[in-house]
Design a protein around this ligand. Structure first.
Ligand SMILES: *[C@@H]1O[C@H](CO)[C@@H](O)[C@H](O)[C@H]1NC(C)=O
Ligand SMILES: *[C@@H]1O[C@H](CO)[C@@H](O)[C@H](O)[C@H]1NC(C)=O
Ligand SMILES: *[C@@H]1O[C@H](CO)[C@@H](O)[C@H](O)[C@H]1NC(C)=O
Ligand SMILES: *[C@@H]1O[C@H](CO)[C@@H](O)[C@H](O)[C@H]1NC(C)=O
Ligand SMILES: *[C@@H]1O[C@H](CO)[C@@H](O)[C@H](O)[C@H]1NC(C)=O
Ligand SMILES: CC(=O)N[C@H]1CO[C@H](CO)[C@@H](O)[C@@H]1O
Length: 408
């Protein structure tokens, strides 16, 4: 049911994105891949938006999001991925030949000063498990291909051979939600294969899923072993200190424990009240667009506060440990900001409120600093608690109306 809800939600997002028509990208399928595949065995691919002017020697690689297959047991996980393999999140068979620009990929200089003229690679997410894994598993009458690892390796190879990204000036690895996790996981690999005179940064949007005490992660290693075919050392980034401990290996997938494995400056974009986490991980169902948290029990409110406190504390720790990174974290209930112009560069989503510091503004500032070699403070962590950043309480936004209104 949750999975279904997510697909429907995704279709809404895509419909929303395609209203803002200001450019087109062509689908590039990798038909002769060695082991890269979507869940159903079909070819992987991405949309390519050609850069122009001064953006011609710069690349934005953006990883699409879309949840993941889940399950208490491996059997449940396989069933979810079997269902997923029949959708565009698990198969390339029905991908459109072209895609429209929007949000961070927009060609509009005013709303998107950072990337408007860059080359943009919009990687389609179809491995079912967060850009990790390398296994082919027979299930029912078919074989499910969990190839997140192989897919990324081959996409990067393709981009090197056919787009010369290794001769570019700068590469930004970004992505939203599951793609945000992908940007956390894969920047180390990208840094290793690209010559050090190319500037690389990561800009994960809403991928900073915090470790929530009380969640039982002790069986997670079974999924990891299933999807990596028993070879945990393919998990990205390399060097996770918990790799060989069954009860702790889940930490290798949580950004807060692997930041020391990331060799590039990272600009983290996140809500302090991530609405995906509130709904799907903390199972909080009392939030409505009209009443906000008013109808929530004390127990629910405590969970909401706990999420904010954990996220806030972790991000503050990063600010101390990684002074050359950047953070934009806002106190509104939302998930994935760079998908639409409103949340990426609109006046309601600023930290602090009424400051002009939108995602678009601060990310551009961060990138310009990297290009010119000077570094300033780039930390924008909302100091007020919900709902005191009143412009962005988010409850009337399209996304949240959808997330909180539907009963599926
Ligand atoms: C497997 O079974 C499903 C449902 O019964 C069917 O739609 C599908 O075509 C079958 N696939 C193959 C490869 O036979
Ligand atoms: C580069 O593109 C060609 C044509 O699509 C393809 O055959 C080749 O495999 C690509 N290179 C890599 C390394 O993927
Ligand atoms: C596990 O994967 C790593 C990285 O691809 C590879 O070097 C190693 O040989 C693999 N180990 C096994 C046992 O397959
Ligand atoms: C939610 O709270 C508002 C006022 O705070 C009240 O009018 C409304 O009936 C409540 N809704 C539910 C479903 O409890
Ligand atoms: C979260 O932090 C606030 C302010 O620091 C504090 O008042 C509140 O009790 C904390 N809530 C939880 C659930 O830890
Ligand atoms: C984070 C972000 O901006 N994502 C958007 C980038 O552009 C693509 C292509 O238009 C959108 O689909 C993403 O939502």
């Amino acid at each position: 049911m949750k999975a279904l809800m997510f697909y429907i939600f995704l279709f809404y997002l895509i419909a929303l994105a395609s209203c803002q028509q200001d450019g087109k990208g062509n689908l590039v399928l990798i038909n002769d891949a060695k082991s890269a595949k979507c869940l159903d065995g079909s070819p992987i691919g991405f949309y390519f938006f050609q850069g122009f002017g001064e953006g011609q020697d710069k690349f934005l690689i953006y990883l699409q999001g879309g949840g993941l297959c889940q399950g208490e047991t491996n059997e449940e996980l396989l069933e979810q991925c079997y269902q997923r393999s029949k959708t565009t999140l698990g198969s390339s068979k029905k991908w459109a030949k072209t895609a429209q620009n929007s949000g961070n990929l927009s060609n509009n200089q005013q709303s998107n000063p950072a990337f408007y003229n860059w080359n943009k690679i919009y990687v389609q997410y179809c491995d079912g498990y967060l850009y990790q894994g390398s296994a082919s598993i027979p299930y029912k009458n078919t074989t499910l291909h969990f190839k997140g690892y192989d897919n990324m390796v081959e996409i990067f190879n393709y981009l090197i051979q056919n787009y010369s990204i290794q001769s570019s000036k700068m590469i930004v690895l970004s992505g939203g939600s599951a793609g945000g996790l992908g940007a956390f996981y894969w920047n180390q690999y990208l840094r290793k294969i690209i010559n050090s005179n190319v500037i690389i940064i990561a800009a994960p949007d809403s991928g900073f899923f915090v470790d929530i005490p009380g969640n039982d992660n002790s069986q997670k290693y079974k999924q990891i072993d299933l999807l990596t075919n028993g070879n945990r050392s393919i998990l990205q980034p390399e060097g996770c200190p918990y790799l060989q401990q069954n009860d702790l290996v889940y930490k290798c997938s949580q950004p807060q424990y692997i930041i020391d494995q990331m060799p590039v400056p990272v600009f983290i974009i996140n809500s302090l009240y991530d609405s995906y986490t509130l709904k799907y991980i903390l199972q909080i169902n009392c939030i409505t667009p009209t009443y906000g948290l008013q109808n929530c029990s004390n127990q629910d409110i405590q969970k909401v506060e706990l999420l904010r406190n954990l996220t806030f504390t972790q991000l503050q720790e990063i600010q101390t440990k990684k002074p050359n990174w950047g953070i934009w974290a806002i106190s509104c209930l939302y998930h994935v900001f760079s998908e639409s112009i409103t949340t990426y560069s609109g006046p309601k989503y600023e930290v602090p409120m009424n400051s002009d510091f939108t995602v678009s503004h601060v990310l551009n500032q961060f990138i310009q600093q990297q290009l010119s070699g000077q570094s300033q403070n780039n930390f924008y962590i909302d100091q007020v608690v919900y709902p005191n950043n009143q412009n962005c309480n988010g409850l009337s936004s399209f996304y949240n109306k959808y997330i909180y209104n539907q009963q599926i």
